[in-house]
Design a protein around this ligand. Structure first.
Ligand code: CA2
Length: 145
């Protein structure tokens, strides 16, 4: 049966392709969604791709993922560095999670070096731009096979 990936994008990622292309690339989030969906389909995986600027909405999506999705791919944006609530929700549902960042968070400001997501994720892909989302599809395929 086709497995399903919930892809969660956090605050400001809806601005991709419009500002700061030197850091985050020129592609829009819709471009990333299309490429990821195509790659997933080639591996017999389904993608439910979402973005929210609201922490509580993301927590709700994670809670509702139980029984609906087999893996989570998350770029929590700035909430990566602040949200105990997202970490707790991921812990509570226990769905295998892959953390993705466009930029290499360890090459940037000190406050971006700590991630609350990492402690509950299977692993993290950081610094490969939008290609990281495609790498995450491969990672999920390995995890759920
Ligand atoms: O590198 C990443 O993917 C980040 O998760 C992006 C977050 C940042 O706070 C994290 O430290 C690392 C920021 C997302 C904001 O995206 C924008 C895109 C275009 C223009 C402005 C912001």
């Amino acid at each position: 049966m086709t497995k399903s990936i919930l892809v969660i994008n956090g605050p400001n990622l809806n601005l991709l392709g419009t500002r700061e292309p030197d850091i985050y690339g020129a592609e829009t989030l819709a471009d990333i969604k299309d490429r990821m969906t195509e790659k997933a389909a080639s591996l017999d995986l389904e993608v439910d791709f979402r973005q929210s600027n609201i922490e509580g909405e993301i927590v709700g999506w994670i809670q509702d993922a139980r029984g609906r999705h087999d893996a989570i791919v998350i770029n929590a944006g700035a909430l990566t560095h602040t949200s105990v609530a997202i970490m707790d929700a991921l812990l509570a549902v226990g769905i295998p999670t892959v953390e993705v960042h466009l930029s290499n968070i360890f090459k940037r400001e000190e406050f971006r070096h700590h991630s609350y997501i990492s402690s509950v994720a299977v692993g993290m892909i950081t610094g490969f731009g939008s290609a990281g989302y495609l790498m995450a599809v491969d990672a999920v395929k390995n995890i759920v096979k």
